[in-house]
Design a protein around this ligand. Structure first.
Ligand code: SF4
Length: 576
């Protein structure tokens, strides 16, 4: 078989502070990102291990197409056993680390063990032929932005970084892994946010990974001419289409509010009276007077959904301020202004936290009387408390379940310990099935269906199909917002490797990824009793129709039995 050759995997042993390389198995050539991470975890990680102990395995795996000239294809998956859910986790990020690793032919970085001295910090430097593990205790406790500014002085301009902030170093369960974006400033603004994988990285004593691909070339496809032609058609097809993400996901506030899935005050309502002041249109308007604008978070992205947000003085504040963040840290906390949410987003990125989990946790604290609804300054102070490691800061930083225990509040909107994202399972019941059955816990990127009118008999099938499609997309390196169908992804794989990839092969890959992940969770102790929506989603109605999540358990369970493939499986775009 032709196509990219000489691929390898890096193995980092944090106990002995060594790094080695293994050849990448040829039979895994079509595995990347999420599917590769799942395969490595089911093979090499004991599902019953302590997620913050030496036996957990942290995987950094770029997608199959990363490092190639295919548009919007350079994403990376961070995987491991989640300290938040206790199950398998994959969190996907843009930025350039995925592109750079694949240009070096590195299909995965597998980190095992744990540094002997918890007070020391380490980094892994990856260049063309050299991989070094070194002590960097001088950057201990640094926030992500300060860290990258500091590193920029000593690393080459071509290096990209994967890092954690103080939340990850404290092993807080809501902590994220930051990836630097494609801009010259290399901002740590792209986060593999969900599931607390920053805590796994922190538990190992690993503060950052640098990747310097230097002048390494893009991955060369086996069938260059046809690959280039297909690229041209795919790019034209996207640019001639509706370009739904042209002004970013923040523009979805209006439609979500209309559909009663813009949760307000810890999801007691589905609409916010502040939808106008939180709408992404306000951010777009600010570009004219303050600067900022839309950009691509990774090299080769033609979608450019990521906004760069400036403050009143025209200085950079944050990127990207997305719909999920405006919902969870805005409406859900009754915080009215998008500018306050921008401050909170920047703080979360800097401290190294998932904005969804943190927003859900702050809302629970507010509902419990620990902070006034809408108190933006109080919320910002809480972010500082998380960085400082106060008792309250730790409870918030450990996520929604933890602050629920801390406050005694029983309205905790989580599934498998992970906060429900913006898209609400009461009007969007098929999405609720995704939250209940996804190996990831409540995660809209695992399979979102924005169709409140979907007939009940279609709920389970629709959820299963989109979960499978999203598995393939998150394994390919393509961004969900570029959205190739299974047919398009398999054609790309075929041109990259010079042999046909069939519909059966590509759908089998998505299904196998789910099977591997479900099996991991089963071995970790999960049962059908964990596939339930929290009580508040079943009893607290929202919207004029007073909807609750009322999908019967047997319908939820049917998402595990594979439905016969129909044409739509291969022609539907991913959704997240
Ligand atoms: S579409 Fe948006 S999130 Fe996806 S790679 Fe491009 S800028 Fe990043």
């Amino acid at each position: 078989m032709s196509g990219p050759t000489g691929d390898r995997m890096i193995r980092v042993d944090m106990t002995n502070l060594t790094a080695t390389t293994d050849p990448f198995p040829d039979e895994w050539k079509l595995l990347g990102g999420r599917a590769l991470s799942a395969k490595i975890l089911i093979t090499e990680c004991d599902p019953s291990c302590d997620p913050l102990g030496p036996d957990n395995v942290l995987v950094m795996a770029p997608g199959v197409m990363s490092g190639s000239s295919a548009p919007t294809s350079g994403r990376i998956s961070i995987g491991g056993k989640s300290p938040l859910t206790g199950g398998i986790k994959e969190a996907n990020a843009g930025g350039n680390p995925g592109q750079d690793l694949m240009r070096l032919g590195i299909r995965a970085v597998i980190v095992k063990g744990k540094a002997a001295d918890p007070d020391k910090r380490y980094a892994v430097d990856i260049t063309g032929d050299d991989i070094t593990v070194k002590e960097v205790t001088d950057v201990k406790g640094m926030w992500n932005y300060a860290l990258i500014d500091h590193l920029a002085k000593s690393y080459s301009d071509s290096a990209s970084f994967v890092s954690i902030g103080p939340a990850g170093e404290q092993m807080l369960k809501g902590s994220s892994v930051a990836c630097t974006d494609a801009d010259q400033a290399r901002r740590p603004a792209r986060h593999a946010a969900r599931g607390g994988l920053g805590a796994v990285m922190g538990s190992k004593g690993l503060k950052y990974v640098s990747i310097d691909a230097g002048k390494a070339k893009l991955r060369q496809p086996a069938n260059r001419k046809d690959f280039a032609k297909f690229n041209k058609e795919a790019t034209k097809g996207y640019l001639d289409g509706p370009q739904m993400f042209k002004t970013g996901t923040s523009s979805f506030v209006g439609i979500a509010n209309m559909l009663n899935t813009f949760p307000y005050k810890n999801r007691i309502e589905g609409q916010s009276p502040d939808a106008q002041t939180l709408d992404g249109a306000r951010i777009v308007e600010s570009f004219e007077t303050r600067g900022g604008g839309m950009h691509n978070c990774m090299t080769g992205c033609i979608v450019q959904c990521s906004n760069i947000v400036h403050d009143k003085d025209g200085n950079y504040k944050t990127s990207a301020l997305e719909f999920e963040t405006l919902t969870l840290l805005g409406a859900n906390c009754a915080i009215q202004s998008w500018e306050d949410v921008a401050d909170l987003d920047r703080l979360c990125d800097d401290v190294g936290l998932d904005t969804v989990e943190t927003g859900a946790a702050i809302a629970i604290l507010m509902e419990s009387g620990g902070l006034e609804w809408g108190d933006a300054e109080g919320a910002k102070n809480l972010l500082q408390e998380i960085a400082d490691g106060t008792e309250l800061g730790k409870a918030i930083g450990n996520g929604a379940d933890a602050i629920g225990k801390h406050t005694g509040n029983k309205r905790i909107p989580t599934v498998k310990g992970q906060a429900i994202p913006a898209w609400d399972p009461r009007p969007l019941k098929a999405t609720g099935i995704t939250y209940a059955t996804s190996p990831m816990g409540a995660d809209h990127t695992a399979g979102l269906i924005i169709n409140p009118g979907l007939p009940p008999e279609e709920f389970a099938r629709a959820s299963q199909e989109i979960q499978l499609i999203n598995c393939v997309t998150d394994s390919s390196g393509f961004c969900q917002f570029f959205g190739p169908t299974l047919d398009e992804t398999r054609q790309y794989y075929g041109l990259l490797y010079g042999e046909e990839v069939t519909r059966e092969q590509i759908s089998a890959q998505g299904w196998q990824c789910l099977q591997d992940e479900w099996e991991f969770n089963k071995r970790a102790g999960f049962t059908a009793a964990d596939d339930v929506m929290p009580e508040c989603m079943k009893t607290d109605p929202i919207g004029p129709a007073k909807v609750v999540f009322d999908v019967p358990a047997d319908v939820i369970a049917s998402a595990y039995q594979r439905f016969e493939a129909r044409e739509e499986l291969y022609t539907t775009k991913p959704s997240g």
